[in-house]
Ligand binder design. Structure first.
Ligand SMILES: CSC[C@H]1O[C@H](OP(=O)(O)O)[C@H](O)[C@@H]1O
Length: 351
């Protein structure tokens, strides 16, 4: 049974509390936008696509339970709550893009004289619900395009070894995953020899989540500490690096989990192709390059503690940026649901 970070049925939303994985699988109920904001901000659910989907579904469950006197009243709540959800985490663009689209839809429905407030609410909720299936379809396409592109650069009938960072699988999306989707597609083609996944300090998305998904799917994988990447590239014949994205700028500069930038530099040094796997819901067409991307800084306790156990000296100053920006010059290709693009070609693709 595939791992599910998000469960939504009959207007009821629960999310798998990823702070407890891999030790405990516990779903928590999200009943409204405030619950949605909290589970995203605390990283109980995380991953750019999952953040947008959970944020928007939290709005769907909230408005489903309420009666609205008018379409204008409903539209005002929608706009206010979506703008609030955007503030839950600043770097991933998916929540902002979804909010922009849904606010435009709400305004369009408000001025559509052919429907009343009940129909407007139903149509609005249906559009949000469709995000789940759309994301999975995007990820399956990303997986296929990515696998084809990576294999096209390998000698016929060889198996590949992929290095990945952070978690980009079913626990970061509605299912299948982006970079992990490429890995799943390679595995399904019997072309994947091994995955090397980094632990990804300090939240340990790799050790706790990616390793969990790979073991669950019985995909051959080796966990490495973040500082082992250079040695792995030198000694383990890595065929390609595939990572996810939180925000891709129009020139291909990519914000992704902290540590991605240095992996890209190491890949360049070792002449290893470096791919970003991201749906168009993670591409910010309003951002010319990566210079303007806001990098979230997280609480230092995420660095100085593991659970309740202190691992760093009391009183030490910490810096805990959750992301970094990889320049497009270090990126071989951006794998999307519409194909694989050289970073310099991204701006030509219709958003
Ligand atoms: C397909 S998930 C994209 C992206 O999100 C993760 O960040 P976080 O765990 O902080 O939400 C990571 O950067 C993934 O690559």
């Amino acid at each position: 049974m595939a791992l599910q970070s998000i469960k939504y049925e009959n207007n009821c939303l629960t999310i798998l509390d990823q702070l407890l994985l891999p030790g405990e699988s516990k779903y928590i109920v999200v009943q409204n936008v405030e619950d949605g904001w909290q589970v995203i901000n605390k990283m109980q659910v995380r991953g750019a696509p999952a953040i947008a989907i959970v944020g928007c579904l939290s709005l769907a469950v909230e408005i489903h339970a309420k009666k609205f006197e008018s379409k204008q009243a409903l539209c005002e709540v929608i706009e206010k709550q979506l703008n609030y959800l955007i503030s839950s985490r600043p770097t991933a663009v998916n929540m902002k893009l979804a909010a922009n689209d849904l606010i435009s839809l709400a305004k369009q429905l408000t001025f559509d004289g052919s429907i009343g407030v009940t129909d407007m609410k139903a149509r609005f909720i249906t559009v949000i619900e469709k995000m789940l299936e759309d994301d999975i379809a995007d990820n399956k396409a990303i997986g296929e395009f990515g696998a084809q592109s990576i294999l096209s650069k390998q000698p016929e009938n060889t198996m590949v070894r992929i290095l990945t960072h952070c978690n980009t699988g079913s626990l970061a999306t509605a299912g299948y995953g982006t970079a992990l989707g490429v890995i799943r597609s390679l595995y399904s083609k019997n072309k994947l020899e091994r995955v090397y996944c980094t632990e990804t300090r300090p939240y340990n998305q790799g050790a706790r989540l990616t390793a969990f998904e790979l073991v669950h799917d019985k995909i051959p994988a080796t966990l490495i500490v973040d500082s082992m990447v250079a040695s792995a590239m030198k000694n383990k014949k890595i065929s390609a690096v595939v990572v996810g994205a939180d925000r891709v700028a129009l020139n291909g500069d990519t914000a992704n989990k902290i540590g991605t930038y240095q992996i890209a530099i190491l890949a360049k040094h070792h002449n290893i192709p470096f791919y970003v796997a991201a749906p168009f819901t993670s591409i910010d067409s309003n951002m010319k390059n990566g210079n303007g991307i806001v990098i979230e800084e997280r609480p230092e306790t995420e660095m100085t503690f593991i659970g309740d156990y202190r691992i760093a000296a009391q009183g030490i100053t910490c810096w805990n940026p959750a992301f970094d920006v990889t320049p497009s010059s270090l990126i071989t290709g951006i794998i999307t649901e519409r194909g694989v693009f050289e970073p310099s070609r991204l701006a030509d693709v219709k958003m």
